[in-house]
Design a protein around this ligand. Structure first.
Ligand SMILES: Nc1ncnc2c1ncn2[C@@H]1O[C@H](COP(=O)(O)OP(=O)(O)OP(=O)(O)O)[C@@H](O)[C@H]1O
Ligand SMILES: [Zn+2]
Length: 645
């Protein structure tokens, strides 16, 4: 299930590239103008007077600071442009005899106020405008829309909140985290009590958890409960283009916070700022490092007894610089987990307070439908359901609205109007029924809740919804095997019914290959490869200082793993092919029904399955449908055992 979270909107309404583009345009135009207004050659003032005395000048235009003139043609027909010249006007005394001199040598003269006003504009004004525009947009982009004049000052000012109206009542489903933070609230309320005891007061609290689990909400609730101001900033706000600006912001932020103590400083996305130092090779990380260093200095420097507590959130603690985790810094870690079914029920109830819910609606049932959802997803779900209810004209939100909202989340928006070719539709029906039949027949597989061939959103043409019976934190080997077989069901059904297969199974294949690989490589489930975890990926919740793993196994092992993965998938394919061949009758009947009704539920599936007759091949009756994908002895030993009996 993949219930997508709301997207974050980009800052500002203008696309980022407009500003620079305009500026570049300006510069190009200006340069062209400068080139086209070619300047005549310049001569010294004394040289100019000599030219006049020699009778070589035809006419001049005298401006306030400059004289432009044209020489008499020397030989044949020299074009006028080549004969133009200019000179700066001399001092007053020098200038004195100019007019009589011009008269004496029969030079025509006139005067202008400004020699060439347009040219001056082009030369100075436009490039200046271009540069200003360029700088302005660069700054705006960096500052996210605030005035260009405020850079260097902390944006925290904008986020300081005096009275936060969030309390722990608004936070549900993450009770352990709340319990841990009560102590912080208590400290902020009565710091004297703690000071009298002489105990070390927490300075930094790091909230660790997946996106949307409510870390920001939790931090605000702490501020709200304690009745202190709340400064919040995102780690990425600190990372600036200009070296030193981020560090200045940090200094400014802590300065402001200390004046407003007691208070909470909350840094969201700490990982944007606190990545392990000097691991970057892309350049431009010096600024970030400088900012991080400043943050460390400030954390060490401030006196937590005055009641400033710094909280930070991250979903990738393993990437943080170990220096951040030292005692006296973020030494307290609070894990914010995905909620379980009780937690989800509680979160749903919190958000349902704001909408009109049908009295008969059982929130626990909705919670049961949403394993894997985090707080933000559930908030979104309540909102979406209310919108659906409103669109339908209902006065209360009902269970059906929730169900529809969940399905939308899972498989995208309903697009009934999409036209499908009949042949395509038939293929999709068989594909989905393949999934469903395999899931139905394997004992212990998640029961099928719905089969649908109504295309929804992008990508999913049809879908088979399976619903886990309960929340799972562990998956057994059998469950994983069952998932692999169920995922294969679609493609194998196509293979059996049609002369070829289609591209529709790509996502299924990706998923099942990943599961198979994890079974071998991470969970040590394959007896051939052994009970060893060959990790080659970051593990999300390792403690501070842990390295992310490089692949730490040899080429030989890699090949062994690949072979084992392939063997598992091949075994599963054979197994699924057997099942579906045996139940070809059911496959046909079920597909026909799906084609007719487009959507089938669990009961109709059972009905069809009961009515259909499996094709019994003599000697191959199955006692169970356990796939046994990993058993090493499947091939040889089974054959041997059969031979013995
Ligand atoms: N435990 C919860 N109880 C009630 N509401 C929640 C809970 N968790 C999340 N929400 C809802 O989801 C919204 C978003 O959660 P929040 O921004 O706190 O998540 P986050 O963990 O900080 O996410 P991110 O890591 O993306 O910043 C909250 O404003 C709230 O409405
Ligand atoms: Zn499929």
């Amino acid at each position: 299930m993949d219930y997508r979270r709301r997207d974050r909107f980009p800052r500002g309404s203008w696309p980022n590239w407009i500003g620079p583009l305009l500026a570049i345009g300006f510069i190009i135009v200006s340069i062209q103008l400068i080139i086209s207004v070619s300047r005549p050659k310049t001569v010294d003032y004394s040289e100019f007077r000599k030219l006049v005395s020699d009778g070589k000048v035809e006419e001049v235009t005298i401006g306030p600071s400059e004289i432009n003139g044209v020489l008499k043609p020397t030989q044949s027909k020299e074009p006028e442009e080549d004969r133009e010249f200019r000179t700066a006007r001399g001092s007053i005394e020098e200038d004195d005899g100019l007019l009589p001199l011009l008269d004496a040598h029969d030079v025509k003269y006139s005067s202008t106020e400004e020699p060439n006003p347009l040219r001056t504009v082009f030369l100075w004004f436009l490039p200046t405008v271009a540069i200003v525009v360029l700088l302005y947009f660069l700054l705006i982009r960096r500052l996210g829309g605030s005035s260009a004049m405020t850079f260097g000052r902390s944006r925290a000012k904008l986020y300081a909140q005096e009275d936060v109206d969030v309390s722990f009542d608004d936070v549900a489903g993450i009770d352990e985290a709340v319990e841990e933070l009560r102590e912080v609230v208590d400290f902020l309320r009565t710091p004297e009590k703690y000071q009298a005891m002489g105990g070390r007061i927490p300075r930094g609290v790091l909230l660790v958890g997946m996106p949307g689990t409510g870390k920001t909400l939790l931090a605000r609730a702490v501020a709200g409960e304690a009745g202190v101001s709340f400064f919040s900033l995102s780690g990425s706000d600190f990372v600036e283009m200009f070296v030193g600006v981020g560090a200045a912001r940090v200094r400014d932020l802590f300065g402001q916070a200390q004046q407003r103590a007691p208070c909470i400083i909350f840094v969201d996305e700490l990982d944007a700022l606190g990545k392990t130092r000097s691991s970057g090779w892309t350049g431009g990380h010096e600024e970030r490092e400088q900012t991080l260093n400043q943050l460390l200095v400030e954390i060490d420097g401030f006196d937590s007894n005055r009641g400033v507590i710094i909280m930070a959130a991250t979903n990738r603690p393993e990437t943080l610089d170990p220096a951040l985790m030292r005692p006296g810094r973020f030494d307290r870690h609070v894990v914010v987990d995905r909620p379980d079914i009780n937690g989800r029920e509680a979160i749903l109830k919190v958000h349902a307070r704001h909408v009109k819910i049908d009295d008969d609606l059982d929130m626990r049932a909705i919670a049961a439908l949403t394993p894997g959802f985090v707080g933000a997803d559930l908030a979104n779900l309540v909102n979406e359901s209310a919108l659906l209810a409103a669109r339908e004209g209902s006065t209360r939100v009902q269970r059906t609205h929730f169900e529809e909202a969940i399905e939308r989340g899972v498989a995208g928006l309903m697009r009934k109007q999409r036209v499908m070719m009949p042949e395509e539709k038939r293929r999709i029906a068989y594909h989905e029924c393949g999934h469903a039949i395999v899931a139905y027949l394997i004992p212990g597989a998640d029961p099928v809740h719905k089969i649908s061939i109504i295309p929804r959103g992008f990508g999913a043409l049809g879908y088979t919804l399976q619903r886990p019976l309960d929340d799972r934190y562990l998956a057994t080997q059998t469950q994983l095997e069952n998932r692999i077989c169920t995922l294969l069901g679609g493609m194998i059904a196509e293979e059996i019914v049609f002369p070829d297969v289609s591209t529709g199974a790509q996502n299924d294949l990706q998923q099942l290959t990943q599961i198979a690989r994890q079974m071998v490589q991470l969970y040590g489930m394959s007896p051939r490869v052994g009970r060893i975890a060959f990790s080659d990926e970051d593990s999300p919740f390792l403690g501070p200082g842990s390295q992310s793993y490089a692949r730490e196994f040899s080429e030989v092992t890699a090949r062994e793993i690949d072979e084992e993965v392939k063997r598992i998938v091949d075994t599963a394919a054979t197994f699924v092919r057997d099942i579906l061949t045996e139940h070809r009758d059911a496959l046909e009947k079920l597909s026909a029904r799906v084609l007719e009704k487009e959507v089938l539920d669990a009961e109709e599936l059972k009905e069809v399955m009961d009515a259909a007759s499996p094709r019994l091949v003599p000697g191959s009756e199955r006692s169970d449908y356990h796939p046994h994908l990993l058993d090493d002895n499947t091939d040889e030993q089974r054959r041997q055992a059969e031979g013995d009996s």
